[in-house]
Design a binder for this molecule. Sequence first.
Ligand SMILES: Cc1ncc(COP(=O)(O)O)c(C=O)c1O
Length: 404
Amino acid sequence: MKINKNFLDLEASYLFSTVGRKAREFIAAHPDADVIKLSIGDVTRPLCPAVIDAMHKAVDEMADEKTFRGYPPDYGYDFILDAILQCDYIGRGISLKKDEIFLSDGAKSDCGNIGDIFSEDNRIAVCDPVYPVYVDTNAMSGRCGDYIKEKERWSNVTYMPCVAENNFVPALPEEAADVIYLCYPNNPTGAAATKEQLQKWVDYALAHKAIIVFDAAYEAYIHEDNIPHSIYECEGAKKCAIEIRSFSKNAGFTGTRLGFTVIPKELVVDGTALNSLWARRCGTKFNGAPYIIQRAGEAVYSEAGRAQTRAQIEYYMNNAKVIRESLTSAGYEVFGGVNAPYIWLRTPKGMTSWDFFDYLLANAQVVGTPGSGFGPSGEGYFRLTAFGSYENTVEALNRIKKMG
Ligand SMILES: Cc1ncc(COP(=O)(O)O)c(C=O)c1O
């Protein structure tokens, strides 16, 4: 028996464990300190009443033999696929069909599993800084080459720097890439891409016969009119893009688990529709999202569900506004937080990302996330999230303002 040696090349995921360890050490040394965490990418507001009601109702159905449900369809029940289709796509002028949508247990699984349908010798391109799942899952399947520790990079991956100078939207790569991962609105930078910017990527993918994996987990946070909610708003995208969505951040499903992937039938590579490959993959490796959770997801699209989840998003985005405005008035250079729940700031006085982490913890008892942990181009930046409570957010920012 041999193990998959690709796992041995993966660096231990030290970012959030180091953040957690440093915070714990600080608390142990300062037991009276009131430490506020603005580092988490997890939601904190409870599920909204429309969702809870739907879940209760579905639980009761499962208790009655007349309404009990066993295995769900592999790709999702019609009731939720119809709601997704109508609200997220047709309502926005995008024509798709139900069998182009595949329900899942969340975007992380889909971002990781989608590689199953790509050849091992494809070259991937990712933004730097980046949500680490895209790279690590490709590394697990041997697509990334060797890890070069000094450079914090894999030999066969194209890294596309996203920095203030390019408004955190990368330039088209000089070396050809086969699979391009894009995430907008972006974690960690909080940046959004305009339709024109995304169209350039779609045109590039079409011209180079590449595929875009578009992670739209933060779509619900878009507030500006010129920001597309779906990659399929761009012309030609159905021929080159896969879109991944999540219920985690728009409806607080991080612990409830639901997401979906869209693969239009027009997306054909070497005569094969990727839709059929993904359908085969899901049919073999996935037995569907739980009925109760699919009913919860359906409720997100009800009139009450839409109003209630929108209120939650506005709650977080009000925190984002507090963070942005407070930091700006304290003289920081601040990005994001307008179409995303993440605020990305430039570390002051030339501090490294980790220097600023220590400085903030020691002087304001606030925990954030060092930008360098998301990739080398994140050095000199720092991420704060809007997912805390309003009270904690205001208190944290008051402390940061006083810190000077
Ligand atoms: C960019 C991005 N994609 C996907 C996910 C995971 O989403 P899910 O909870 O649906 O697995 C996250 C979670 O933080 C994320 O930031």
